[in-house]
Design a binder for this molecule. Structure first.
Ligand code: BGC
Ligand code: NOJ
Length: 827
């Protein structure tokens, strides 16, 4: 509960109770190809598949005021002495409402505003497998007087390619075209030449008027809050010719006390089959064949069609989330795990880092390392789609082992501007692929033909490569590309994009990552060494599982070699060094005056299995606690950099306490949580987890500021005057990794090759917990009890009432429900 809202766990909703949240709070609509960003005041935009290449409606990022433009309904209440214009979502008029509520749900946002006895609900969602956004609208007269007036809808169309749309005005302001038939407004710009698609915006009810010219509806000198048509009262029937096409409908309101009325608006991306054109008429002089769009509208004009679509959406999410449901003694952990964390993982699956309120949809598409890590959080929900995703990502690896750092979702082609040479990228593919095989048991994916981006499969000269070849190449590449300390070279950067040891940039107009030359550089990354150990360990276990002992032994030899280098060269005395710069000087060492200790190398050394036999793992984590931990999470390094270090790059460009410069980067906090789980410290792991858990931030929401229902990428660190303030919510690797922390690290439900392993590491105060886990077709009901109040150590496991040896539960030959009862303790 906070001043702005509360969780409604039973309905899986967050209920926002006032519109003026500290920052706009976002939700996503859509789950397959058609997506919308939707804020708690209806702000945002829609696109089909690719936020850059198929932007359907317009949004101006970082606007003044923030978050303006979106899916607006204007009410013009004409029943009083003076007409009153208001919006149920408060924006853009910001007319005071008698009540406001925004329910953030799974794939939908429902906003209800009430004023002077008229209550308007606008529920926005995209039905599964459809390219249509629906606004389900209910007008209810909850007062005691007759209400008359008008309802206007409003969206502003985008010219599909978002960068062009925002910048190439000399062209775009001359090309806009629409066609209007009844309540259906078709945005058909460029349809005449090369597009086979248009955007439909229609009302299921009869309309009294429409507008398609922004100038006519809003005005030239007016803002959206003082749009002309809602103020004047009647739509003008404008047909946009060039300039800025919009879609707006006018609907007559006449409601007696107690009366209510339901209608809907549909906003659809429509691919129009041939013929593209029909005989022009006076009403439709462009002659665009709109049959496919009309079919969408006619479907939603049928009674019950909208409700049926919404019910399908509810089933879709119930089914996805049904793969993992639990009940723990901690309400924050339970609700994040059951609902919001998994939901956020699906957003990262769909959008990678492309479109949020912090990513404009025209920059990064899908990130290689990002999408591989994201997979860890969604593979249990959508294994088939995870399979395809893996093959798509792998196909952007090059035959020398490096990878395109990013690719466009629409084309699946690597982004040449950014290129490759981030020397961690390829290793994440090993972690994601092995996670997929452990989840599904489907080792056939390893033999799938999978080309390198620079070697088409059709090339008969070369044998076709498989996904397994990509994994082998990834390990081989890191083993081969090592520097003077025997540690992996870093390239442009490792996971930490801002640690640019080969950049040396003195020129503000270049990219920190891409400036400088990585060829011939000897800068090394200890984090990549740890990550390599993690990946090689996974490969060894995979080969063991496949019965390929020789290969397992070979991979093990590489592991041992890297481990030896890491232990002999990278132990700084109390923690692991972070890197060696291009001059061979240590980074993240006691010899440095700033940036003496970093989080990533502690996390990955331990996760890779370093320091386990010599006490260094524990010592490194103690150093993290001593130097890096705060009540709001663990900062990335200390002391924060106070000046620009040419040899370190972007990390030293941020103010102290912000982002990579000693901010709390929630993503890498998870690695420390997991490292603690490895060492059996359930209390410490869980305490750390709560320090970054958004649900637990409600009591300090005016400091934290972002959505309390999804993780943020960063929280400002202790060196910042705004310590505790979050930034960049939604599209962050934090989602996948915290899900791994909670589900596998703490609750200990781990997919393994031979079955489902139960290996908890919980807070000692917990009496126990329950989990229902769908796994390879069967459903495991797991109860864990903790009578001795330990963190780890399984005393007894019963499967369907029978005591069994070991902690791995085999998968039944035919799918069924399996009851697993676990007792922790020494006995
Ligand atoms: C940010 C990083 C981000 C990178 C992407 C940097 O400015 O600090 O977090 O990964 O840009 O290019
Ligand atoms: C965000 C990027 O998406 C991710 O790839 C990177 O690892 C982190 N920033 C850390 O810099």
């Amino acid at each position: 509960m906070s001043a702005y809202g509360h969780f409604d766990d039973a309905s899986r909703e967050y209920v926002i109770t006032r519109p003026d949240t500290p920052l706009p709070w976002l939700n996503y609509l859509g789950q397959d190809d058609f997506f919308g960003l939707c804020t708690n005041t209806g702000g945002g935009y829609t696109f089909w598949r690719d936020a850059k290449l198929r932007r359907l409606t317009r949004y101006r990022y970082n606007n003044v005021p923030l978050d303006l433009g979106g899916r607006y309904l204007y009410v013009r209440d004409e029943s009083g002495a003076e007409p009153v214009v208001w919006n149920p979502g408060w924006k853009p008029t910001k007319t005071a409402l008698d009540s406001y509520e925004c329910r953030v749900g799974l794939g939908y946002t429902s906003i209800t505003g009430r004023k002077d006895g008229l209550q308007v609900t606008q529920r926005m969602f995209v039905p599964p497998e459809e390219n249509t956004e629906i606004w389900q609208v209910r007008l209810a007269n909850v007062g005691d007087r007759r209400i008359t007036g008008r309802l206007f809808s409003f969206v502003e169309f985008a010219f599909y390619e978002a960068q062009n749309d925002a910048t190439n005005l000399q062209r775009t302001l001359s090309i806009g075209e629409v066609q209007v038939q009844g309540s259906a407004i078709y945005h058909v710009t460029e349809f005449r030449e090369r597009r086979d698609h248009y955007t439909l915006f229609a009302c299921t009810d009869e309309v009294a008027g429409f507008d398609t010219s922004r100038e006519a509806f809003v005005g030239v000198h007016e803002g959206l809050h003082e749009a002309r048509v809602p103020s004047a009262g009647r739509a003008t029937g404008s047909i946009a010719r060039g300039w800025n096409p919009i879609g707006a409908h006018e609907v007559v309101i006449d409601l007696q006390p107690g009366e209510q009325r339901d209608l809907a608006f549909v906003l659809a991306y429509v691919e129009q089959p041939e013929p593209k054109f029909v005989e022009p008429t006076a009403a439709a002089p462009l002659g665009v064949n709109t049959s496919a769009g009309r079919a969408v509208l006619e479907h939603y004009q049928q009674p019950g069609a909208v409700d049926e679509a919404f019910a399908r959406l509810r089933r879709y999410w119930a089914d996805r989330l049904g793969a993992f449901q639990g009940s723990t003694p901690n309400e924050h952990a339970t609700r994040m795990l059951n609902t919001w964390n998994q939901y956020q993982c699906m957003a990262t699956f769909n959008l990678s880092r492309s479109a949020s309120l912090f990513e404009t949809g025209i920059g990064r598409g899908m990130g290689f390392r990002d999408s591989n890590q994201d997979l860890l959080g969604f593979v249990h929900m959508i294994p088939e789609r995870a399979r395809q995703r893996l093959l798509d990502i792998a196909a952007t690896q090059l035959s020398d082992g490096t990878c395109y750092h990013q690719y466009q979702p629409l084309t699946k082609k690597g982004n040449a501007d950014v290129g490759g040479d981030f020397y961690d990228d390829h290793l994440w593919l090993v972690l994601s692929t092995t996670a997929y095989v452990k989840e599904t048991g489907d080792a056939s994916i390893l033999d799938e033909p999978c080309a390198y981006a620079d070697v088409p499969l059709a090339d008969a000269e070369r044998p076709a490569s498989t996904l397994l070849d990509h994994l082998e190449l990834s390990l081989a590449y890191t083993l081969a590309k090592r520097g003077p300390h025997g540690l992996p070279l870093i390239g442009h950067a490792d996971w930490n994009d801002c640690l640019n040891l080969n950049c040396f940039s003195t020129e503000p107009n270049e990219s920190f990552q891409l400036a400088g030359d990585v060829e011939g550089s000897t800068a090394e990354s200890v984090m990549i060494a740890g990550l390599f150990l993690g990946a090689a360990g996974e490969m060894e276990r995979l080969y063991d599982h496949l019965g390929r002992t020789e290969d397992a032994r070979r991979v093990r030899a590489g592991y041992d070699d890297m481990l030896a280098a890491l232990e002999s060269e990278a132990w700084d005395g109390e923690w692991y060094t972070r890197a060696f710069d291009a001059a061979g000087e240590p980074v993240g060492s006691h010899v440095n005056d700033e940036g003496r200790i970093y989080i990533e190398s502690q996390g990955w050394a331990v996760l890779g299995g370093a320091g386990l036999s010599n006490g260094r793992a524990r010592r490194a984590l103690d150093s993290v606690a001593e130097h890096l931990s705060t009540d709001n999470g663990i900062v990335l390094q200390q002391p924060a950099y106070t000046r620009y270090h040419l040899e370190l790059g972007e990390i030293t460009s941020y103010p102290p306490g912000v982002k990579e410069n000693a901010g709390i980067f929630c993503h890498n906090n998870s690695w420390i949580h997991l490292a603690h789980c490895m060492l059996g410290d359930g209390d410490q792991a869980f305490e750390y987890y709560l320090s970054v858990c958004p649900s637990a931030k409600q009591s300090q929401i005016d400091t934290y500021r972002l959505e309390p229902y999804v993780y943020a990428q960063t929280i400002d660190g202790k060196d910042s005057p705004t310590f505790g303030q979050a930034k960049n919510s939604w599209l962050t690797g934090t989602a996948a990794w915290t899900f791994v922390v909670l589900s596998q690290g703490i609750l200990g439900i781990k997919p393994s090759y031979d079955g489902l392993t139960i290996d908890p590491c919980i807070p000692t105060i917990w009496d126990g917990y329950e989990v229902t886990r769908r796994f390879r077709g069967s459903t495991f009901h797991i109860t864990v009890s903790n009578p001795e109040h330990v963190s780890t150590g399984v005393q007894r496991v019963r499967v369907d009432g029978e005591t069994v040896d070991g902690t791995t539960i085999p998968v039944p030959a035919s799918p069924r429900v399996v009851q697993v009862d676990v007792v922790l303790g020494a006995g």
